[in-house]
Design a protein. Structure first.
Length: 405
């Protein structure tokens, strides 16, 4: 029996999470001898293995946005070189002409004048290859294609990928409803890892919104794989062996469900609490995740032992959800974070607090000095994950200010 062909893969992820993704891929690689993790680059991680390793990554990764299978790599001078390299690939071995396609191209420092024209040349090459092969051509569907082809162009070289994932991997298949500014699921999972949270540790999200951070943590606690509720593009590949895929799915080992709660959430909005409950149910969470409708500055520790607070605080109009239109946004934010800071200092000694925000002035509003700040990107938006250590004695120090001379 022939050995499976080794393949190269690229797993893109939100910028700032490359290290967390490489660590996660190393954990997935412990399940299979063929998966090897290689170098991190800005925006993702390179790895290699057999095709079934791509199945495995798609099922288990919580941080990657996609799993891209490398089809070709070469140098180029102009768009015709890119056309020729694309035309030379045996697309007919991977998918049928009846499958719809979409082509996307990204570039860094490329001398090519038009990415749209480059995208068109790749599409033309795939269409021409099928015409030469079977006298027919695949149709283009930019909204819900069966197959996505991705080109990456830098100054001198061109890499061509076939997407094994289909819909982006942050679309887990469980999210029913969202609030105004939901975190993507893979970013939430990456923040949990960056905060050092592990299943069994106490976790509180006091501004949980529609519950993304809580649902990701709860699935991790239960051992529910990120891709367990969705389908993937590789299931439409020619030669796809469903038995092999089902065997990988059947290897999943669920964790024993906790007897006492370790994950807690709260939000000022009752609608958000309802949304979080619905999303947890949809995500397959059957154990108790206590949720409270309460203002963040009123929270108390939900457990006798210290844990981690991880939250994506509201900003701008989201702080004014209670209908106060008379107070300017910046004043409202300053008052809110001042009160929240007091609560953290007085009630959460021994806790680690992680706040994910695009507002780089947040520590100043909290009147706290961060012990760490990690840069991330939420889409194109530059953000920080600020870490604050809530040491015992914060409040005593504030009260024991020296007397005036």
């Amino acid at each position: 029996m022939a050995q499976p062909t080794p393949r190269s893969f690229f797993c893109p992820c939100p910028r700032g999470l490359e290290g967390a993704l490489a660590e996660e891929l190393q954990e997935i690689a412990q399940q299979t001898p063929t998966l090897k993790v290689h170098n991190q680059v800005p925006g993702g991680v390179h790895c290699s293995g057999v095709l079934s390793d791509a199945y495995r990554i798609n099922l288990h990764t919580r941080i990657a946005s996609r799993v891209l299978l490398r089809m070709a790599h070469g140098s180029y001078v102009n768009e015709n070189d890119i056309y020729d390299l694309t035309l030379a690939q045996a697309w007919e071995d991977w998918f049928d002409v009846s499958r719809t396609i979409r082509v996307d191209v990204t570039a860094i420092k490329s001398p090519l004048k038009s990415l749209e024209f480059t995208t068109l040349k790749i599409k033309d090459a795939i269409v021409d290859r099928f015409r030469d092969y079977c006298g027919d051509r695949p149709s283009v569907d930019t909204r819900a294609p069966d197959m996505r082809i991705v080109g990456f162009v830098d100054q001198r070289s061109f890499t061509l990928y076939l997407d094994t994932s289909g819909e982006p991997l942050f679309k887990r298949g469980w999210r029913q409803e969202t609030g105004d500014a939901p975190l993507r699921e893979n970013l939430a999972a990456g923040l949990l890892r960056a905060a050092g949270w592990k299943p069994g540790m106490i976790l509180l999200d006091p501004m949980c919104g529609s519950g993304t951070i809580i649902a990701e943590a709860a699935q991790m606690l239960a051992g529910i794989p990120a891709g367990g509720k969705r389908s993937f593009a590789f299931e439409r590949f020619k030669g796809f062996v469903n038995e092999e895929w089902q065997a990988i799915r059947n290897e999943v080992k669920r964790r024993p469900l906790p007897t006492t709660p370790t994950i807690f959430g709260s939000d000022i909005s009752g609608d958000m609490i309802v949304m979080t409950r619905n999303n947890l149910l949809s995500a397959g969470i059957t154990f108790d995740v206590p949720l409270k409708q309460i203002e963040a500055q009123e929270i108390k520790p939900p457990s006798g032992q210290p844990g981690i607070i991880l939250t994506n605080p509201p900003y701008g109009e989201r702080i004014g959800m209670r209908g106060d239109t008379t107070t300017p946004e910046d004043e409202m934010a300053t008052a809110f974070f001042s009160a929240f800071s007091t609560t953290l200092k007085q009630r959460f000694a021994g806790w680690q607090v992680f706040l994910f925000t695009a507002d780089l002035g947040l520590p100043k509003m909290l009147r706290l000095k961060e012990s760490r700040k990690t840069p991330f990107f939420n889409g194109a938006l530059e953000c920080r994950l600020f870490k604050f250590e809530m040491v015992a004695g914060f409040n005593r120090r504030e009260q024991a200010k020296p007397d005036a001379p």
